[in-house]
Structures are given as C-alpha cells and as structure tokens.
Design a protein around this ligand. Structure first.
Ligand SMILES: Cc1cc2nc3c(=O)[nH]c(=O)nc-3n(C[C@H](O)[C@H](O)[C@H](O)COP(=O)(O)O)c2cc1C
Ligand code: SF4
Ligand code: SF4
Length: 291
C-alpha cells in the first residue's frame, strides 16, 4: 500500500459522468487520497502533494474553462508530478498542451497527459447508436488505466498525448475563438412544459449557472457547455437549439446524478437540493431514452 504522503491527489470535472468514471477507476488503482471536483476556487489540498492528477473532458479541442481557471489557481508545489487525463470522443486537440502552458507560466511542469476515448456526449447521433458503441469504447479505456496507473506510480515523464501538430495548432486556434462564446452557450437552452420543478438541473450544474425561478430553470450566462442540465433532466424537459437539438442523449451508466453534485462556495450541505422521490420528484437515474 502506498504511503499517505505519496498517494496522488485526484481532481475531476465531468458533465455526463465519463471523466468521473475514469477518475474513480484511476483513484482505485492508485489508492489516491483525495478525489475532489474541480472548482474555480480550489482548496489547498494539492499544496503539499507530490503527485496531482486532473481528469476532465475535451471541449472544442481544448480545456473546459473551469479546468483552465483551476490550473491557474490551484495551490501546488512546483516540483510536483502533475498529470492530466482527458476523456474525449475522438480528438484531444491541444487540451494537454494548454494545461502545459498554464503550468509552465507558474514555474511548474506537466509530467504526462493521457487522452482516453469515451462515448461522445456531444455529437448529434441517436442514443441507440451511442449505447451500442459505448461498451466497446469504455472497455478499451478501462484496459489502458492499469498501464497509466503504473506510469504515475513510477513518476514517468512522458510526452502528452495530443493530436498531431497541424491539428493541435488548428484546435488551439479554434478553442481560443470558441472559449469566450462558451459562457453564453446556455442561450441555446430552453425548458418545456413537462418540467416538474424538481431542481435537479440547478443542483447538478457544476458552476451554479442555473437558478430556479417560479419552479423553472433560468440560465445565468456563465456556462461551461457541459450539457449536464440537459442530459440529466429526469423528464427530458431541457432542449437545445440548433444542430445538436434534441438528439444527443448520453449519461455514463456507472455514475449517478448525485455523484456529480459539486458543493459551491457558501453551500453548507451538498444534498440540500437533491430531488426527493418521496415528494414526487422523478428519479434522475432513469434509463436513457432511445431516439
Ligand atoms: C461542448 C463540448 C465539446 C466537445 N468537444 C470535443 C472535442 O473537441 N474532441 C472530442 O474528442 N470530444 C469532444 N467532446 C466530447 C467529450 O469530450 C466526451 O464525450 C467526454 O468524455 C465527456 O466527458 P464527461 O462525461 O465527463 O462530461 C465535446 C463535448 C462537449 C459537451
Ligand atoms: S431537471 Fe428538468 S424537470 Fe427538474 S427542474 Fe430542471 S428542467 Fe425541470
Ligand atoms: S448551464 Fe447546463 S451546460 Fe451550462 S454549465 Fe450548467 S449544467 Fe453545464
């Protein structure tokens, strides 16, 4: 068993559960000491850690906004072995390179970065197709985790797994253009009459960007584009305009909605707004609808 001092500290960000699933599996293999959600106001738990891992999804060929902010602010020792694990549908783009740049600007370094394929939570493909492919994709990723854990145990320094140079450069450029727009991604969401006012969307939003007003969600214009509000709504009342419309439906089957709840600053109890089945709220863990 690893000594407490040497146990890695793992942080995660996840909208539909893939990255939490991977982070949990990695934590089990590594006997990680802390498994903590990424927030824009990181605690000091990483300060004295010798190994720090961050698991997150790739968004538009780069880092989610809150992960970039977290990397900029998290208190850490510049000698620490810092590694990133990106879950993605197909193309990691410049995600690890961006993490590397942020760390280098702080006098630290990225020791290694792995890109793991997981089911796509974004493309406008029918849920039935995603469900068929999901098992295969996930099994391949699980098979890689033991090897990754061994690299972390041995503190191997490895080149990060990004896209090839031309695609990485293009991805970096595209991501820079998309990032400021992503905060307003929530302008595309709307809620229909089937909303029961259960509050799950408000509770699951990782950055507190949804407030219920008269029992209906109101988006506040500071979105991460994680799609959790739409994907986890128990009655599919949240819809998205445009190409992605109503068609994408994916939630990682090994993760429960409640496990994604992030306690935001000022919140005393993470279960405060948990939907209550006894009060007639539908279960957030219903099966995915086949489209
Ligand atoms: C807004 C958005 C942008 C995405 N961009 C990419 C991308 O550039 N490359 C890719 O391979 N996957 C992309 N994806 C897919 C996710 O990275 C992938 O499904 C991930 O595993 C989801 O993780 P989560 O379940 O932890 O949220 C994107 C997903 C979203 C929601
Ligand atoms: S999760 Fe769905 S049903 Fe519950 S408040 Fe939000 S939109 Fe309404
Ligand atoms: S508003 Fe919806 S898509 Fe945006 S960060 Fe919150 S849960 Fe994610």
């Amino acid at each position: 068993m690893a000594s407490t001092q040497n146990r890695p500290r793992l942080f995660w960000f996840s909208g539909t559960g893939n990255s939490l699933f991977v982070a949990r599996e990695l934590a089990r293999l590594l006997e990680a000491e802390v498994l903590e959600p990424v927030t824009e106001t990181p605690s000091g738990t990483a300060r004295d850690a010798s190994r720090i891992g961050i698991v997150f999804p790739v968004y538009c060929f780069g880092l989610p906004r809150c992960v970039a902010t977290f990397l900029t602010r998290v208190p850490l020792n510049s000698d620490a072995y810092v590694f990133t694990v990106a879950t993605m549908a197909l193309l990691p783009g410049a995600a690890h390179r961006q993490a590397e740049r942020i760390l280098e600007a702080r006098g630290a370094a990225l020791a290694a970065g792995w890109s793991l394929r997981m089911p796509d939570n974004f493309s406008p493909v029918p849920a039935s197709f995603l469900q068929r492919a999901a098992g295969r994709v996930e099994a391949k990723t699980l098979a890689r985790l033991e090897g990754i854990a061994e690299h972390v145990r041995q503190a191997h320094r490895l080149p990060a797994e990004g896209s090839g140079a031309p695609l990485r450069g293009m991805g970096d450029w595209l991501h820079r253009r998309m990032l400021p727009r992503m905060a307003h991604w929530d302008r595309g969401f709307r809620v229909d009459a089937s909303c029961t006012g259960c509050g799950l969307c408000e509770r699951i939003c990782p950055v507190g960007n949804i407030l219920l007003d008269d029992g209906k969600p109101v988006w506040q214009g500071s979105c991460e584009a994680c799609y959790a509000c739409m994907q986890w709504c128990p009655v599919d009342a949240v819809h998205c305009r445009g190409l992605l419309g109503n068609r994408l439906h994916y939630r990682n089957p090994h993760v429960r909605a409640e496990e994604l709840f992030v306690r935001l600053p000022g919140e005393e109890d993470a279960s405060l707004r948990t939907p209550d089945p006894a009060a007639g709220h539908p279960s957030p863990d219903r099966p995915m609808p086949a489209r």
